[in-house]
Ligand binder design. Structure first.
Ligand SMILES: Nc1ncnc2c1ncn2[C@@H]1O[C@H](COP(=O)(O)OP(=O)(O)OP(=O)(O)O)[C@@H](O)[C@H]1O
Ligand SMILES: [Mg+2]
Length: 219
């Protein structure tokens, strides 16, 4: 079992979106659990809007100690995805999740204001734990030429942080998904939806590659 934390102390960068959509995509192959330790409960609200049609197990126990208990039930799940709170002040919950995690996805949006809190999360909380991680660009605007490449260069070269090669573009579908109870697994694949489905598929592929040959071979 691998525990993947989706973390960034910067709010609103897509942690909940990434956790839910990625878990849905990966549930096609793996036994998945999503844990919502964010007291804001966005993931829980989204799950409630799914009306039982949720393709993975879900825990709304906001106490991160649930992760330590999960280790004792080894083999119950292949992957556990943890949605964490976006707060610069109270880091206790996030720290407890990172203590239990095997890998961290750090979503970020291509906005200068997001950089500082993201780097702070990485240098103060992730790197001291020697956790493998990659920054995932989210809400990339497909109409701006080379936006992804420019941000990837800034993150890799200027700030020396590793990034996913995959990234998520901005789509209305993502914005409406929590309210409508939508996940990539219950979207009709058509011209309107194929970009968002493709983006999540690429992130899932890259993540299993990062997590090790054993999981990756099972795709
Ligand atoms: N790729 C995207 N395209 C369009 N809208 C998006 C995308 N990713 C996220 N959003 C929207 O942006 C807002 C913030 O996303 P989300 O709630 O996933 O961020 P978060 O990091 O979990 O926020 P918080 O720190 O408050 O928990 C939400 O309204 C979400 O629907
Ligand atoms: Mg959230």
């Amino acid at each position: 079992m691998k525990i993947v934390a989706v973390a960034n102390q910067k709010g609103g960068v897509g942690k909940t979106t990434v956790a839910m959509q990625l878990a849905a995509h990966l549930s096609r192959r793996f036994r998945m659990l999503v844990v919502d330790v964010d007291p804001q409960g966005s993931t829980t609200w989204w799950a409630e809007n799914m009306h039982e049609h949720i393709p993975f197990d879900f825990s709304d126990d906001h106490d991160p100690a649930v992760l330590t208990r999960l280790r004792e039930l080894d083999n119950a799940y292949d992957l556990v995805v943890v949605d964490t709170p976006g707060s610069l002040e109270d880091t206790r919950t996030l720290e407890a999740v990172l203590d239990a995690a095997d890998y961290v996805i750090v979503p970020v949006v291509p906005e200068p204001m997001a950089i500082h809190p993201t780097l702070r999360t990485i240098t103060q909380l992730i790197e001291p734990r020697h956790l493998p991680y990659r920054v995932l660009l989210n809400r990339v605007d497909g109409r701006i030429p080379n936006q992804y490449r420019q941000w990837q260069t800034v993150l890799n070269k200027t700030f020396e942080v590793p990034t996913f090669h995959a990234y998520l573009r901005q789509y209305v579908i993502h914005a409406h998904a929590p309210m409508l109870g939508r996940l990539v697994t219950n979207l009709t694949d058509n011209r309107r939806t194929e970009g968002s489905i493709w983006d999540i598929t690429c992130v899932g592929f890259e993540l299993t590659e990062c997590l090790g040959a054993d999981l990756h071979r099972r795709w």
